[in-house]
Ligand binder design. Structure first.
Ligand SMILES: NC(=O)c1ccc[n+]([C@@H]2O[C@H](COP(=O)([O-])OP(=O)(O)OC[C@H]3O[C@@H](n4cnc5c(N)ncnc54)[C@H](O)[C@@H]3O)[C@@H](O)[C@H]2O)c1
Length: 360
C-alpha cells in the first residue's frame, strides 16, 4: 500500500531535479500528523513504536498515570493526564488504557474534537460503547476501534479471496484463538479480551451479522473472570460459526477455517499463510441433493500472505482517513457490535440459554 507520496527528489546533494522542484515537494507534502498515545502498557508501547517508525506520523507525547510507565516513554513528553496531552495539540490520539477507562477517555476526546483510535474492546459494556458511538457521531469526529486482527495479512488475504473469487455460499466458520496466560490484562476475561477479535472477524469476513449465540465458559485461574470459552453463533443469513478461545494453553493458535461450496479455506495468522482445499469434481452424485453440489478432496494449495504489520496497517488507515483518502477503519458501530456479541456469549454462559442479538 502507498503510505506517503513518493519523493520527487533522491536526497540532498544528489538530486537530479532543480531546486524549485525540491521546494515544490516541501510545500505539497502534508505535514506529519501529530499523534498522542494514552496508556503505555503493552498495546500503547506498540502503538508508540509504530507511530515513531511510520513516515507521515509524529509521536508528540504519551499519557499514563503510572510514573514507572512514564519513565519508559520513548524520548517524548510523558504526561500524567489526558488533559496535559491534549494541550500539545494532537491530530489524533490512541486510547490504549485498560478497557474500563475507554469510555471516560474516549468521551474526553470526542468533547475536545480530537479524532481517536480506541483499542478493542471499544468499551467495557454495550451502553458505554453506544455512548461513545453517539458522542463521536454527534461531534462529527473521525474515530476507529483497534480491531487489529482485521489487518493481519493472512486474515486480509482470506477476506480478499472470499470477496473476489467465486467460492459460493459460506456454510460454516470455525475460529480458534488460544495461548499462554497474559500477565497484562487484569480487568476483563478471555471473552472480552480475545473472543471479541473473532466475533468481529466473523461478521467482517461474511458481511453478515451474528443473530444468536449459545455459549459456555469456564474459569481455572481463580482470577474472577472466565479463562476459556466455546460459542456457537447463528448468523442472520444462515451461516454457522463456532469460536474457541482460551489463555491457558502452552500452544499458541490463531486459525480461521471457512467452509464454502467451492472448498475450504484456512487462514493461519501465526504462520501468515492461507491454505485452500479445493472442492473436487463430484464423483458420487447419489450424495447430492437440491442445489448442494457435493464435495470431494482435490488440490491443496498453501500460499504466504503478505502485507504490513497489523498495527502499521491500522495507523495507515487512520492517517489515510484523516487525509481524506480511502481509509478502511473499523467504525465505532462495528466495535459496538463486537461488544454486543461478547456480551451475548457471557449472558448465554450465565443463563444456559441461547441469546438473540439485535445489531446496535
Ligand atoms: N489490538 C490488540 O491486538 C490489543 C492487544 C493488547 C491489548 N489491547 C487492548 O489495549 C488496551 C490496553 O491493554 P494493555 O495490554 O496494553 O494493558 P496494560 O495493563 O499493559 O497497560 C495499560 C496502561 O494504561 C495505563 N492507564 C491506566 N489508567 C489510565 C488512564 N485513565 N489513562 C491513561 N492510561 C491509563 C496503565 O498505567 C498502563 O500503563 C486494552 O483495552 C486491551 O484490550 C489490544
Amino acid at each position: 500500500m502507498q503510505l506517503w507520496p513518493e519523493p520527487v527528489t533522491t536526497g540532498s546533494g544528489h538530486s537530479p531535479f532543480p531546486g524549485f522542484l525540491r521546494t515544490f515537494r516541501r510545500y505539497t507534502m502534508p505535514a506529519p500528523l501529530r499523534v498522542g498515545v494514552i496508556g503505555l502498557g503493552w498495546a500503547g508501547t506498540v502503538h508508540a513504536r509504530t507511530v515513531r517508525e511510520m513516515e507521515g506520523l509524529a509521536l508528540i507525547g504519551v499519557a499514563d498515570p503510572s510514573p514507572q510507565r512514564r519513565a519508559s516513554a520513548p524520548g517524548v513528553p510523558a504526561l500524567a493526564t489526558v488533559e496535559e496531552l491534549m494541550e500539545l495539540g494532537p491530530d489524533y490520539c490512541v486510547v490504549a488504557a485498560p478497557t474500563r477507562h475507554h469510555e471516560e477517555v474516549g468521551l474526553q476526546l470526542a468533547q475536545a474534537h480530537v479524532p481517536a483510535l480506541i483499542e478493542k474492546p471499544l468499551a467495557h459494556d454495550l451502553p458505554a460503547a453506544m455512548r461513545l458511538v453517539e458522542a463521536f457521531e454527534e461531534a462529527g469526529v473521525i474515530s476507529a476501534v483497534g480491531h487489529t486482527e482485521r489487518h493481519n495479512p493472512a486474515v486480509r488475504e482470506l477476506r480478499r479471496l472470499l470477496r473476489e473469487e467465486d467460492f459460493g455460499p459460506i456454510y460454516q466458520i470455525a475460529t480458534r484463538r488460544q495461548g499462554p496466560f497474559p500477565a497484562r490484562i487484569q480487568d476483563v476475561g478471555v471473552v472480552r479480551d480475545l473472543a471479541i477479535h473473532d466475533t468481529d472477524l466473523i461478521t467482517w469476513l461474511t458481511g453478515d451479522t451474528i443473530a444468536q449465540v449459545s455459549a459456555n465458559v469456564s474459569a481455572v485461574s481463580g482470577r474472577g473472570t472466565e479463562d476459556l470459552a466455546t460459542a456457537l453463533c447463528a448468523l442472520a443469513r444462515g451461516t454457522l460459526a463456532t469460536l474457541d478461545v482460551n489463555w491457558v494453553s502452552p500452544r499458541k493458535e490463531r486459525q480461521i477455517t471457512v467452509h464454502t461450496e467451492r472448498g475450504c479455506l484456512v487462514a493461519d495468522a501465526l504462520t501468515g499463510t492461507v491454505t485452500h482445499y479445493l472442492n473436487g469434481a463430484q464423483s458420487d452424485t447419489s450424495v447430492t441433493t437440491g442445489s448442494f453440489p457435493g464435495s470431494s478432496p482435490s488440490l491443496v494449495i498453501t500460499y504466504p500472505a503478505q502485507g504490513e504489520l497489523p498495527f502499521t496497517a491500522e495507523h495507515c488507515a487512520m492517517r489515510n482517513t484523516m487525509l481524506g483518502r480511502v481509509g478502511g477503519l473499523v467504525t465505532l458501530r462495528e466495535g459496538a457490535a463486537a461488544v454486543a456479541a461478547t456480551e451475548a456469549i457471557l449472558a448465554s454462559a450465565r443463563t444456559g440459554a441461547p441469546i438473540t442479538i439485535s445489531t446496535p
